[in-house]
Write a new protein. Structure first.
Length: 286
């Protein structure tokens, strides 16, 4: 039970949607630095190529054995999700980790909040998470590591005669504390979509657990990203001051939480919503 075995993800195949920028980029680097093969997918093909090139250059300077592959797609469409799943199945026999990170936000006053904001955000942030995960489930099932059949009885747990799953495949959803608390900003569709994502993850945990796949959510607070750029520019110091830890999230925070959930150490975590916010969601606004 050494730390390298317990927390290692070396050799795992990982797909990170929105993995070229923001929190997704932070997570991608964490996995590549620790020996995983990371597929980066988003609508911005140039950004995917740039991120993969930079991460491969970084990996070449270390002995981690990690790598990055660009796999661009429009994940707001069912066709895009299906294509990613098909292309990945042509390249890999199994998928150990799926990180659903692609997302968008939209702020507008209540009386002016548009219909198309709901359509765009509920589709990308919630509906297509289900579509992509569903399409990739066969590859995820193949990644589940089981005990031998003869040792199943001593391990306990669910078994289909082929052994007990001790190291399942992982689905990690990037949610938001705005899906837990009511945000001050008028981002109605965003907060609703993230609250829905948190519950979808729990529903998936019950469905997919018996199939050797866990489903968990990180409810993230403020991190430096394009999505948060304007908010941090205008209110960054106030946001830091309001946090019990006095800061916003760092790349190590985002990557570290995902590495834990993806490693053997996180194998028994299923259906959890982990707040990754320094405790700011606990602080009263009145």
């Amino acid at each position: 039970m050494d730390v390298n075995t317990l927390f290692g993800i070396k050799g795992k195949v990982v797909l990170i949607t929105g993995g070229a920028k923001g929190i997704g980029r932070m997570i991608s680097e964490g996995f590549v630095r620790n020996g995983a093969k990371v597929y980066i997918s988003s609508r911005d093909a140039a950004a995917c190529e740039t991120a993969a090139s930079e991460l491969n250059a970084l990996a070449s300077k270390t002995s981690s054995g990690g790598s990055a592959v660009s796999l661009p797609a429009d994940l707001s469409s069912a066709e895009g999700c299906t294509r990613v799943a098909h292309e990945l199945s042509q390249r890999e026999q199994k998928l150990h980790v799926l990180i659903n990170n692609s997302g968008a936000t939209w702020g507008a006053a209540y009386d002016e909040y548009p219909e198309n904001a709901w359509t765009k955000l509920l589709t990308l942030n919630l509906h297509r998470v289900f579509t992509l995960t569903q399409a990739l489930t066969p590859l995820l099932e193949k990644a589940a590591k089981k005990t031998s059949s003869s040792s199943s009885s001593s391990e306990g747990g669910r078994s289909d005669g082929g052994g007990v799953v001790i190291d399942p495949a992982r689905v990690i959803h990037i949610g938001s504390i705005d899906g837990i608390r009511v945000p001050l900003l008028p981002t109605y569709a965003y907060s609703a979509s993230k609250a829905g994502l948190h519950h979808l993850s729990r529903h998936m945990a019950v469905e997919l657990g018996p199939r050797g796949i866990t489903s968990n959510t990180l409810a993230c607070g403020p991190f430096p990203s394009k999505m948060m750029a304007a908010t941090l520019r205008d209110f960054g110091e106030d946001i830091k001051a309001a946090n019990p830890l006095g800061r916003i999230g760092t790349p190590e925070d985002a990557a570290g939480a995902c590495l834990f959930l993806a490693s053997r150490a996180g194998a028994f975590v299923n259906g959890a919503t982990v707040t990754l916010d320094g405790g700011v969601a606990l602080v009263s606004k009145i």
